[in-house]
Design a protein around this ligand. Structure first.
Ligand code: GLC
Length: 544
């Protein structure tokens, strides 16, 4: 299980920590209640000013800022080569890039190749007539002779994945909203147009792309019906057709690997750039997205820890399975929060959120941190009248993603320092105490824990590149592992419960406790007798 690396050979996306910014919600500088690119520039020092007073992240991934009617808040792109005026313009983007690079922060943009907006000129042309030169850029089908839909596929947003176009009397396919028609990646002209968009941004100097639902790009050529999923949750809303099916034919088709190799080949022409993909499949399917010899994605996002019960054994098992399955060329990565999920601190509780911070920043592989999780931001009841997420509107408030997308809390002022105007989503009532300004002044706050962990990681090759070894320390409520590089080891011990716990690391000996999630103790400890308080994580450093 020991996989070791030479720190000098690592790429920036292996050494660093990625921070996801949902631009609508990060910082508004124009006073319209929606965040923008200037807002990101204004907060770059918060992210990394090269001192431990800043968070210390190394790369930002910015969710879409392209021109868009915002039916899915930017994941419905109407022009791949521009910036929506709501967020700024290309000059501001270039300035963001320069300012980020000046601080050593890489910039990863969201690339949404699976679908466009229905307002994109390509789709407008495609739907004009059946003989349009762009007709085949999208997926059009006749209705069945009995009048039924072309197949039984559903949308993850609820309802069927087909919409009838009265003018040309055919259905078009869309996994997501009807305002997000699916591009036909079997059409060479689509590939070439979408590759041009990539060149456009890579030439400007972006350092990487996060590819939206990349596993969906290719569908079964005959669009065969999906079988029912016998394990589907019986309580799904009636219109959740997608949730009731096994997705055998609508996604994860073998041919998508060829397209991913093309993305990779294109990126490699620009030097040390990085391709990350949004891939949700089970381990054996997921792992294929690294490519056969590392010629696929640099990192398929690993969301696996978000889907485990938050228990020491389950988390350890998930990490161990991944470590075992990864081929030597594949670099691991971990994600604990995103704009599609409920807040980390709400899923596992505020006390465990600190343990999660230590886990994320000490495992072997690249961590991706979601904006606001460093404050322990939580979901809160958003009134129905303020719900914005189309998924919530279609599948019910419980499925709304708004709770994980509320504005960043910078200070305790009326709009949390996010905007001078009523924000597009409500501000958490907790923002009076849960904000950057306030948590910065509390020496043991979760924000300061994140800062300490990040900067400790940066100065500790064992955590950046060291081997990973799980340890049986005689107590199932804790997850214990070692990271080792050269003659330095870090033992990480995480207590997933609200009980105290005693551990005995078999190798024994003494070490130095360098960090507790409580940020209140350091000093010598005995490995054969480690005492963890409830909800505590510690890092013990050993020099051998
Ligand atoms: C991805 C995005 C999500 C979006 C969907 C459609 O899953 O993360 O936010 O709604 O794709 O683009």
């Amino acid at each position: 299980m020991a996989k070791t690396s030479n720190i000098n050979l690592l790429h920036w996306w292996q050494r660093g920590v990625i921070y996801q910014i949902y631009p609508r919600s990060f910082k508004d500088t124009t006073g319209n209640g929606v965040g923008n690119l200037e807002g990101i520039i204004a907060k770059l020092d918060y992210l990394n000013d090269d001192t431990p007073n800043s968070l210390g992240i190394n790369a930002i991934w910015i969710s879409p800022f392209y021109p868009s009617p915002m039916a899915d808040f930017g994941y419905d792109v109407a022009n791949y080569c521009d910036v929506d005026p709501l967020f700024g313009n290309l000059d501001i983007f270039d300035r963001l890039l320069t300012q980020a690079h000046r601080r050593g922060i890489k910039v990863i943009i969201d690339y949404v190749p699976n679908h466009t907006s229905d307002q994109h000129p390509w789709f407008q042309e495609s739907r004009r007539s059946r003989s349009s030169p762009k007709r085949n850029w999208y997926i059009w089908r006749d209705r069945n002779p009995d009048g039924s839909l072309p197949n039984n596929w559903g949308s993850p947003f609820g309802g069927p994945a087909w919409t009838w176009d009265e003018q040309t009397r055919q259905y078009y396919f869309h996994h997501f909203l009807k305002e997000q028609p699916e591009l036909n990646w079997r059409e060479p002209a689509v590939r070439s147009a979408m590759f041009d968009a990539l060149h456009f941004w890579l030439k400007r100097g972006v350092d990487g792309i996060r590819i939206d639902v990349v596993g969906m790009l290719i569908k079964d050529p005959d669009l065969l019906d999906n079988p029912p999923n016998p394990d589907a949750d019986p309580n799904l809303p009636p219109n959740d057709i997608f949730g009731r099916q096994l997705h055998l034919y609508n996604e994860d088709q073998d041919e998508v690997q060829e397209i991913i190799r093309q993305f990779r080949w294109l990126l490699d022409q620009y030097g040390d750039r990085c391709a990350i993909g949004e891939i949700w499949y089970r381990l054996p399917r997921w792992i294929r997205y690294y490519g056969q010899n590392g010629d696929g994605l640099h990192m398929p996002f690993n969301f696996r820890l978000m889907n485990q019960p938050w228990e020491a054994n389950a988390i350890r098992q998930s990490v161990d399975e991944l470590e075992k399955a990864l081929p030597s060329f594949a670099w691991p990565n971990y994600v604990l929060g995103s704009h599609d999920a409920n807040r980390l601190a709400s899923r596992i509780g505020p006390l465990q959120a600190r343990v999660a911070a230590m886990l994320l920043l000490t495992l072997r592989g690249t961590p991706t941190l979601y904006y606001g999780d460093e404050l322990g931001m939580e979901n809160f009841a958003i009134p129905a009248s303020r719900m914005r997420d189309p998924q919530g509107h279609r599948l019910g408030a419980a499925r709304s993603r708004d709770g994980g997308r509320t504005p960043m809390q910078w200070d305790d002022s009326a709009n949390a320092g996010f905007s001078t105007h009523e924000p597009w989503l409500p501000i958490s009532p907790e923002h009076k105490t849960c904000n950057v300004a306030c948590l910065s002044t509390e020496p043991t706050s979760i924000l300061n824990l994140y800062r300490r962990l990040l900067w400790y990681r940066h100065s500790t090759p064992a955590l950046q590149v060291g081997t990973y070894r799980p340890i049986d320390a005689g107590n199932n409520s804790c997850y214990v592992f070692a990271r080792k590089h050269s003659n330095v080891s870090c033992i990480v011990a995480l207590n997933f419960t609200n009980q105290t716990c005693s551990l005995s690391v078999p190798q024994g000996g003494n070490g130095k406790l360098v960090l507790s999630t409580y940020l209140d103790q350091e000093g010598p400890v005995s490995l054969s007798n480690l005492q963890l308080r409830s909800n505590e994580g510690i890092i013990v450093e050993l020099n051998q």
